[in-house]
Design a protein around this ligand. Structure first.
Ligand code: ADP
Ligand code: ASP
Ligand code: MG
Length: 593
């Protein structure tokens, strides 16, 4: 018998009428012959209300008690939904996370799922009942109630769909699906028919709040098809399928996202030797601050400069930790900027198409927006801009890639272009034992690239655009781009290109540098790029630390870094590539799938 998981977000159960509507949807699915598990969030803004209530009592409420409080929101909704189903004449049972047997670790307010018991759910389903599961909560080994982090009901839903091997997981929300960017911020945003797991992972972690990013990790790991749709639509309009395929095979960019409240921390004068990075990031990981957009550019005069962003709400904690680390790195200085935002574009097609970065940079330059930092991965480009210009920046890039228009080769809704190989049952069972643990899929060495660095780049709009337009006009495929924070009003811009494009890339960069009044162009004909690919890389704060630890132990210096949701890249000297690869494989041996 087929099984459907249906998740209803806060706005979709905000009042009695909507609760009845959700109940009807579940009953209808059951009448169509499916077993049904509903996952329900707290009503409307109830979780926000509970958070503010706690703040009235204490500035620093104990995390355990926060979870005790917040979990009540979902408990109210599941009971009401169960009553609504009974009222409509069907059988239902509401269950808390603990009653289902959703086991988590003990990190209150951001717990991770370790295992889920299916026995009790199966029994109720076989009795013909609709299960109504409380979203976003679990229980630890000591029976303490835990929560999964704000927005975590999506993760409960996809996790239940994974363990129950559901045929589909429907996420009912207050918009028609996943849009090319937040439709409330950019009204011209377009609903996508489908989006791939990797793109959605990047979008969700880069600010597209429609899905909890950890839910997409589950979706990818266990191959759960996710259907995001509007709970208010009576006609059951199709929404967006998050699955193995992108919407278009040709389009370079699928979506754009904004993380508004970021802060940038820069450390200058860091000794350029093995272990410096490890020292800094272990201090941050010790206080559990997730670090984003790490920008480390090639060093000059034995001193490196490292910048990264954290959520503005983590700034004070992060600064404290970094100051301590800097004190151990003689002479390193820490500066910060609390008013920055990150604008990103994401697309699978970017990996194989030249001339994407320059278009993004040109659109920003034309809007008069200065780029404070750049990082790229295979399928995304992120830039840091000043917060007052962030909305304008998002609109500019959304317009530049014509995301409001449907792609020409759009695959029709529901039609999978190619049959997917679903993982075997044995594979699934092996993976299920790990649930939300970090999974590393692959560790690779790419020694086909060379590095070009333009120094003393003036810190004003239009420079990155001019550089990458020139490079793209020579049809050179750029892999990594790293632009460091300019101190003294100067930035450094590095990028990597295939060996056989180095000569022309250098000539082009030299010309542009002269035209724009930059400093010298330096290069390294042979570099090694070490990449760690996996699921949960960003949400597991220790990944960077493990990498830097392993490389530092092997005596290998890190020259450049770029990170994304699914991949971390570091550049090391060419003759250290093989040793670095071996060190990383050893360091991740326990989680390498
Ligand atoms: P729920 O309560 O149903 O979980 P959320 O508020 O968590 O709903 O998520 C839905 C909201 O996500 C939308 O109202 C929308 O403003 C926002 N959003 C942000 N980015 C996107 C995007 N790319 N596509 C759709 N919605 C988005
Ligand atoms: N109610 C929780 C929140 O508001 C979980 C969720 O809705 O996903 O964050
Ligand atoms: Mg949500």
């Amino acid at each position: 018998m087929s099984l459907i998981v249906q998740k209803f977000g806060g706005t979709s159960v905000a009042n009695a009428e909507k609760i009845k509507g959700a109940a009807r949807k579940a009953i209808r699915a059951q009448q169509e012959g499916h077993q049904v598990v509903m996952v329900v969030s707290a009503m409307g803004k109830q979780t926000d209300f509970l958070v503010s209530l706690a703040r009235e009592i204490s500035d620093k409420p104990p995390a355990r008690e926060m979870d005790m409080l917040l979990s009540t929101g979902e408990q109210v909704s599941v009971a009401l939904v169960a009553m609504a189903i009974h009222e409509l004449g069907s059988a239902a049972v509401s269950l808390t996370g603990g009653q289902i047997g959703i086991k988590t670790d003990s990190s209150h307010t951001k717990a991770r799922i370790q295992s889920i018991d299916t026995e009790r759910m199966r029994r109720h389903l076989d009795d013909g009942k609709i299960i109504i599961a409380a979203g976003f909560q679990g229980i630890d080994d000591d029976y303490n109630i835990t929560t999964l982090g704000r927005g975590g009901s999506d993760t409960t839903a996809v996790a239940l769909a994974a363990v129950l091997r559901a045929d589909s997981c429907e996420i009912y929300t207050d918009v028609d699906g996943v849009f090319t960017t937040d439709p409330r911020v950019v009204p011209s945003a377009r609903k996508m028919d489908r989006v791939s797991h990797d793109e959605m992972l990047e979008l969700a972690s880069l600010g597209a709040g429609v899905m909890h990013s950890r839910s997409i990790e589950f979706g990818k790991k266990f191959d759960v098809p996710i259907h995001v749709r509007n709970s208010a639509s009576f006609s059951d309009e199709p929404g967006t399928i998050i699955g193995s395929f992108p919407e278009s095979a040709k389009r370079a960019v699928s979506g754009a996202a904004l993380t508004k409240n970021e802060a940038r921390i820069s450390i200058v004068g860091v000794p350029d030797r093995p272990g410096s990075m490890q020292l800094i990031f272990s201090h941050l990981s010790a206080v559990n601050v997730a670090v984003d957009m790490i920008v480390q550019n090639v060093a000059a005069g034995g001193l490196a400069e490292i910048a990264f962003t954290v959520l503005e709400s983590d700034l004070a904690t992060a600064l404290n930790a970094v100051e301590k680390a800097a004190a151990l790195l003689n002479g390193a200085r820490v500066t910060h900027d609390a008013n920055v935002s990150k604008v990103s574009i994401v697309g699978l097609g970017m990996a194989t198409q030249a001339g994407v970065a320059d278009r993004m940079f040109r659109a920003l330059a034309e809007a008069g927006i200065n780029i404070l930092a750049i990082t790229t991965s295979q399928i995304k480009i992120s830039v840091l801009v000043s917060r007052v210009q962030s909305l304008e920046a998002l609109r500019a890039v959304h317009g530049e890639f014509e995301l409001e228009k449907p792609p020409g080769d759009r695959s029709e809704f529901g039609a999978a272009p190619v049959k997917v190989e679903r993982p075997s049952a044995v594979d699934i069972v092996a993976r299920l034992q790990k649930m939300e643990e970090l999974t590393i899929d692959n560790i690779r060495l790419d020694d086909s690239q060379a590095r070009v660095t333009i120094t003393q780049v003036p810190d004003k709009p239009g420079i990155a655009a001019a550089v990458f337009e020139a490079v793209a006009s020579e049809e050179i495929m750029v892999d990594m781009i790293v632009q460091g924070t300019g101190h003294d009003g100067e930035a450094k811009l590095s990028f990597t290109v295939p060996h056989d494009s180095l000569k022309i890339a250098l000539a082009t960069a030299g010309q542009v540098a002269t035209q724009l009044g930059c400093g010298q162009v330096t290069h390294d004909p042979r570099i090694a790029i070490l990449s760690v690919f996996g699921i949960g890389i960003r949400t597991h704060t220790g990944v960077g630390v493990r990498m830097f630890n392993a490389l530092s132990k092997a005596g290998i210096n890190v020259d450049m870094i770029s990170t994304s949701e699914v991949r971390v890249n570091v550049v090391v000297a060419a003759d250290k590539g093989a040793a670095g690869l071996a060190a990383l494989k050893e360091a991740f041996a326990d989680v390498l799938g």
